[in-house]
Design a protein. Structure first.
Lengths: 264, 264
């Protein structure tokens, strides 16, 4: 019954935010072009990196493309759901409108992380999957059911980690009020998810797997495609994703205690 | 008399904006951190020995990327986002009554922000030198002076381009998506992620006729002591400024007639 209610609320969210986004049609078209060129630019960069030896961090160009495609899918998801919603938290806190959210008979985390949707990210997701299918073709990967299962599991875990990271940063707004720039810092860190982890020096590798687990987000799902992912890696990703989701939830509830409701 | 008055105007504007910016120190520090992508790129370059193919030593490459970081720090422009918000909320109206083009105000805002940013950028640079002591160098005064000018000209080019885009707000209400589209070539072609010299021939043949390499690649090469075609590049920078300035004046004059003073 509860799930039914949330589903119903979510469809309402979807309708209203799509309607308001479609008001700016030219904007959406320009965003679509941007997504396309952004992918083109990253491919260009990757081709420069592998021009020398054909390899980057031990990955062949064709293999590194898989990472690129998974990054594109995840970036599309970020642009569609996380970015529009979680930057909104900043506004809620600054203008004191978080009060209205908290008063509603619905989970506040659900409300603020699913209220809005930005349809222009869909193309990026689509582009990412197209590139992925192309990669499957050129790397001559034979798909089977367990493959796809593992891939979907890790992809969902990556989405979970990504969501938690965004949500963590946005939650700190409650104390610092203006963390719009903090999300920008996260964005620039996430940027390196386009490249295989092995292309970085040892110290950065440690940083990007322990402090900000960007590695898990793109490298492990790609390794599954190449059949070089270890079982423990998959297990680790599931665990980390679980920990992240759980702590970000606790952190939100904890932060709410400090909410002082500005300007009301 | 006139000159005296305008000097006083500039001085007051800068002073006001500087104290305004100091209020948001943390925010500006975060902005500075979000610009560290060039260092990640440097890590990929040196870690994969990619510089072998373009004949630049590790040290010169690390200086290049450090300078690219600096140039980027002092040529970041965000006028379109501020103007879009001001236009949507009708805040532009009071500015228009004053005998001062609002873009001069935005310009002062940017300069003040750069002054606030300077210490943070220095801190990041000194951390970089701590990690890479072999890349410490002192550019001579001439070069330092010239590259300061080059960076400033790069800033002006970007400011003019964004101001032109910002004026589209008069017609389309939202102009930031055009800016995001234009940011893609700026990101990939300006030399922030890879020096222009490493680009494949089919791009190098036309890229020097576009404004992009003069935004980051040229000032960074000049400052770091890598080969830079100084006279020609300065000429191109001035050419683009001379080209964009009348366009901006024209579009501003046309756009202001369309202004509808929303939200007031």
């Amino acid at each position: 019954m509860n799930i039914k209610k949330y589903l119903k609320v979510y469809t309402k969210f979807l309708n209203t935010s799509l309607a308001s986004e479609l008001e700016y049609k030219t904007n959406i078209i320009i965003d679509l072009i941007t997504a396309f060129f952004s992918l083109l630019g990253s491919l260009f960069l990757l081709s420069i990196f592998s021009k020398n030896s054909g390899y980057i961090g031990g990955w062949k160009f064709e293999q590194a493309l898989i990472i690129q495609s998974i990054y594109t899918i995840l970036n599309g998801i970020t642009n569609t759901w996380f970015n529009p919603n979680l930057t909104e938290i900043v506004k809620h806190v600054r203008e004191g409108t978080l009060d209205f959210v908290l008063l509603k008979p619905i989970d506040s985390q659900f409300f603020i992380s699913s209220k809005k949707i930005n349809p222009s990210g869909f193309l990026e997701i689509l582009l990412g999957f197209c590139l992925l299918f192309y990669c499957i073709n050129i790397n001559q990967i034979n798909l089977n059911l367990s493959f796809i299962c593992f891939f979907l599991i890790t992809l969902f875990c990556s989405i979970g980690i990504l969501y938690s990271l965004w949500f963590f940063i946005s939650t700190t707004t409650i104390w610092f009020v203006k963390t719009w720039n903090a999300t920008e810092v996260l964005r620039s860190f996430l940027y390196i998810g386009r490249f295989p982890l092995t292309s970085f020096s040892f110290s950065l590798r440690i940083f990007f797997s322990i402090v900000i687990p960007i590695t898990f987000i793109t490298t492990i799902p790609s390794e599954i495609f190449l059949g070089i992912a270890e079982k423990w890696e998959i297990f680790l990703e599931i665990t980390i994703s679980g920990i992240f989701l759980f702590t970000s939830r606790r952190f939100w509830l904890f932060a709410l205690k400090y909410y002082t409701s500005a300007s009301s | 008399m006139m000159i005296n008055l305008s000097i006083r105007k500039i001085y007051t504007l800068l002073k006001v904006q500087y104290s305004n910016m100091l209020e948001y120190r943390v925010e500006i520090a975060l902005w500075a951190i979000s610009g560290i992508i060039p260092f990640f790129m440097l890590n990929i370059w040196t870690n994969n020995n990619l510089n072998e193919s373009i004949n630049i030593s590790d040290v010169m490459l690390s200086r290049y990327f450090l300078c690219a970081f600096f140039v980027r720090q002092f040529s970041v422009v965000w006028v379109v986002f501020t103007f879009e918000e001001d236009a949507l909320l009708g805040k532009v109206s009071p500015y228009l009554i004053q005998p001062l083009n609002p873009f001069i105000r935005y310009f002062a805002q940017h300069i003040a922000e750069q002054i606030t940013r300077f210490p943070f950028a220095l801190i990041i640079a000194s951390i970089f030198f701590l990690i890479n002591p072999e890349s410490i160098w002192v550019p001579n005064l001439n070069i330092l002076f010239l590259s300061l000018i080059a960076t400033f000209l790069s800033f002006i080019i970007q400011f003019l381009i964004q101001s032109i885009i910002a004026c589209f707000c008069f017609w389309t209400e939202k102009a930031s998506s055009i800016e995001r589209l234009l940011f893609i070539p700026t990101l990939f072609l300006s030399g922030l992620l890879a020096p222009v010299i490493s680009f494949p021939e089919y791009i190098k043949s036309w890229i020097y006729f576009t404004p992009f390499p003069y935004l980051i690649d040229f000032p960074a090469n000049l400052l770091s002591g890598n080969p830079a075609h100084t006279a020609r590049s300065f000429g191109m920078q001035i050419f683009w400024i001379v080209l964009f300035f009348p366009i901006f004046k024209k579009i501003w004059a046309e756009g202001i007639k369309k202004y509808t003073a929303m939200g007031s």
